[in-house]
Design a protein around this ligand. Structure first.
Ligand SMILES: Nc1ncnc2c1ncn2[C@@H]1O[C@H](COP(=O)(O)OP(=O)(O)O)[C@@H](O)[C@H]1O
Ligand SMILES: [Mg+2]
Length: 423
């Protein structure tokens, strides 16, 4: 840690009592006058009382994508590199933790669309089976992802119903996964991210359409909010997650059905005191920063200032249309893997690819046949002990023959130790 640099010193009057109130007022005054944020260091044990102001460490002004590409590549599936904090440390959001859905209240031209598109690109890049759905009433939010496979875009402002349908399809995907899991508790799913940009406008247009079509006895809110609610309540278990962004996010704008509390991870930029109090509510209220992409995040416990990654449309598109899988395979062809082209689950997929002729077996039935055991035995054994590095092609599980061999050998070993249980 470097020693703090004092940028200003103030002599305090003898009657200064140093109450918390007074200190807060003086610090706020200094921050209002100085062009950068400061913290106070009080010296009030002997006369004359003084206060030193030290400059608070600042985030980098800009974090170009190219400068953090390797850190983005190193993320596990479900983890997003958001930017760098004041200590220049990588700041991640994660769908693997307790905060499965995100909400961002951010003024215009502060980097919402860039953030959402890059988050979607990261999810798509991490896993060739991952997908994302984008809802955008302004027809400009996801322009970098136009035509990207596995990205489902609904952005015709004249067709709000198509957006509702897009969201309904995500909800149906979740329901299907729920049923599949009931049949096979070992099933794991790839991520599906539902991103809604310009939330306030989407909300207003949805309400307008609903008023036109709703019949007597229908609920006051458009049914799209029930789909969103279902995803918020159950989605995480099936790897379906929601990211909401807009210039305002509140109870009413999220359908008026209590969804706001489900947003465990929040971010703000270009905000005022009352926005902070509504969405985060901690003291002291931070002052919004003017830099583009400078957001403050709260996970409900702590707040962190971050300079978000800045990526061009081309960089976002390029990232979304390649996968870590490609990187890993390329690394395998050109030389020994050094772990930089990471592929999770299964860095071993990369290792295995270094041996020529990696073969994949897809589906429970084929894999059982490959191992020469009954499909039901195969299913039961998977349930008891999942095959390492199980991956997916669409909805079917897939394994390298190496993984199956190793797993099969383990069961054979087990069986030879316990002759009673024969395959
Ligand atoms: N993280 C960032 N760092 C620096 N500039 C950014 C960042 N994100 C976006 N920008 C720039 O800010 C402008 C607005 O970005 P955009 O993502 O469209 O914001 P919004 O959707 O909030 O209006 C663009 O010129 C964009 O290049
Ligand atoms: Mg935008």
């Amino acid at each position: 840690m470097t020693t703090e640099k004092i940028v200003a010193t103030l002599q305090l009057p003898d009657h200064f009592q140093g109450t918390a109130e007074q200190k807060k007022a003086v610090t706020a005054l200094a921050n209002a006058r100085l062009p950068f944020e400061v913290e106070a260091r009080w010296r009030t044990t002997k006369h004359p009382f003084t206060v030193d102001f030290v400059r608070v460490a600042q985030c980098p002004r800009v974090v170009p994508f190219g400068s953090v590409r390797d850190k983005v590549e190193a993320c596990k599936p479900g983890e997003i590199l958001i930017g760098l904090d004041r200590q220049r440390k990588p700041f991640h959001g994660s769908f693997l933790t307790d905060d499965p859905h995100w909400g961002f209240e951010v003024g215009s031209r502060r980097g919402k669309s860039t953030f959402l598109s890059l988050s979607a690109a990261q999810i798509l890049h991490q896993d060739p089976a991952a997908e994302a759905t984008g809802i955008d009433v302004k027809r400009e939010s996801f322009k970098s992802l136009l035509g990207v496979p596995r990205f489902h875009l609904h952005n015709d402002p004249a067709d709000i119903a198509a957006m509702w349908n897009g969201i309904r399809r995500v909800k149906e995907l979740m329901d299907r996964r729920c049923n599949e899991r009931a049949d096979d508790p070992t099933l794991e799913f790839p991520f599906h991210l539902l991103l809604i940009d310009e939330l306030s406008q989407f909300s207003a247009q949805s309400m307008q359409l609903w008023r036109q079509i709703k019949e007597k006895g229908d609920p006051a809110h458009p049914p799209v909010w029930d789909d969103i609610a279902a995803i918020m309540w159950q989605g995480a278990a099936f790897r379906v997650h929601i990211v909401l962004a807009g210039q305002r996010i509140d109870h009413q704008i999220t359908g008026g059905i209590g969804l706001i509390t489900s947003l465990g991870f929040r971010g703000l930029a270009g905000f005022r005191r009352q926005h902070w109090m509504r969405l985060v509510g901690t003291f002291p209220v931070p002052r919004s920063r003017p830099e583009r992409g400078r957001w403050i995040y709260s996970d409900g416990e702590s707040e962190t200032w971050v300079q978000n990654i800045w990526a061009t449309d081309d960089e976002i598109k390029q990232w979304a249309t390649t996968t870590s899988h490609d990187t890993a395979n390329e690394a395998a062809v050109t030389g020994p893997t050094d772990g930089s082209g990471k592929w999770e689950p299964g860095t071993s997929a990369a290792e295995e690819s270094t041996q020529r002729g990696t073969e994949w077996v897809t589906g429970n039935v084929d894999a059982a046949a490959y191992l020469g055991i009954h499909p039901e035995t195969f299913r039961k054994r998977r349930q008891a002990r999942e095959i390492p590095n199980t991956q997916r092609v669409g909805r079917s599980p897939t394994w390298t023959t190496q993984s199956l061999d190793a797993w099969g050998a383990m069961w054979e070993q087990e069986a030879s130790n316990q002759p009673a249980e024969v395959a």
